[in-house]
Design a protein around this ligand. Structure first.
Ligand code: SAM
Length: 213
């Protein structure tokens, strides 16, 4: 079966709850993921029938953890997950999508331009290279390295009191346990585990939160 033949998942009702008057933009983003996202190799064709639940909603549920005025750095954003999904859900928060791969950055810029969202900036860089250039009140990441690596990479760009919100699977407590020494060494509070979207998603999103003291 060709990539184009995969049917896009029907939009769940929960989308309007999370995106409000930006629901049409979220639909347009889903359309990009299912077409050019697949063609450009940012997302596998098998993900198209679960674009909403496993990707956009899995990420957008973090919206409730953000505060108005936050400056969020989404590390290893790939196809904008979770950063762009969150930017659509939270127009009162600023986002920087940090991604190293040129083609992914090009795709992200094309999609952000098309959607016309103004609370998003895209930076092509390794996050480790952004020390002294960027400072975030929140760092988000999904499917980017281990929690330990994420801590090493992102504490230098985290504001005092800033938070790391890492989307992790069921093994989140294990990962946090492995990182326990580093969490203390880098003077982080936590971990706090969040289970989000459990009323609406078959697989709720597990988030590990760490706060810089
Ligand atoms: C497995 S993908 C996950 C993409 C997206 N977060 C998601 O959940 O679909 C990991 C992404 O991190 C990017 N990446 C890896 N190391 C990075 C670094 N040091 N700085 C910025 N981005 C990085 C890769 O290019 C890739 O797009």
């Amino acid at each position: 079966m060709s990539a184009e033949a995969e049917p896009l998942e029907a939009m769940p009702a929960y989308v309007t709850e999370l995106f409000g008057d930006r629901t049409a933009l979220a639909q347009r983003y889903a359309g990009h993921l299912a077409t050019t996202g697949v063609e450009w190799g940012l997302i596998g064709p098998r993900e198209v029938p679960r674009i909403w639940t496993r990707h956009i909603l899995n990420c957008a549920v973090l919206a409730e953890l953000l505060e108005a005025g936050d400056e969020v750095g989404d590390i290893g954003s790939g196809a904008g997950l979770p950063g762009l999904a969150l930017a659509l859900a939270r127009p009162d928060v600023s986002f920087v999508l940090v991604e190293i791969m040129e083609r992914r950055v090009e795709w992200l810029q094309m999609v952000v331009d098309d959607l016309g969202v103004e609370n998003v900036r895209i930076v092509r860089a390794r996050v480790e290279e952004l020390v002294d250039e960027e400072m975030f009140t929140v760092v988000t990441a999904r499917a980017v390295k281990s929690l330990s690596t994420l801590i090493e990479w992102t504490v230098p760009v985290l504001a005092p009191e800033g938070r790391i919100l890492a989307i992790k699977g069921e093994r989140a407590p294990e990962e946090a346990e492995k990182a326990a020494k580093l969490i203390r060494k880098r003077r982080l509070e936590g971990p706090v585990f969040h289970r989000l979207g459990s009323e609406h998603l078959d697989v709720p999103t597990t988030v590990v939160e760490l706060r810089r003291r």
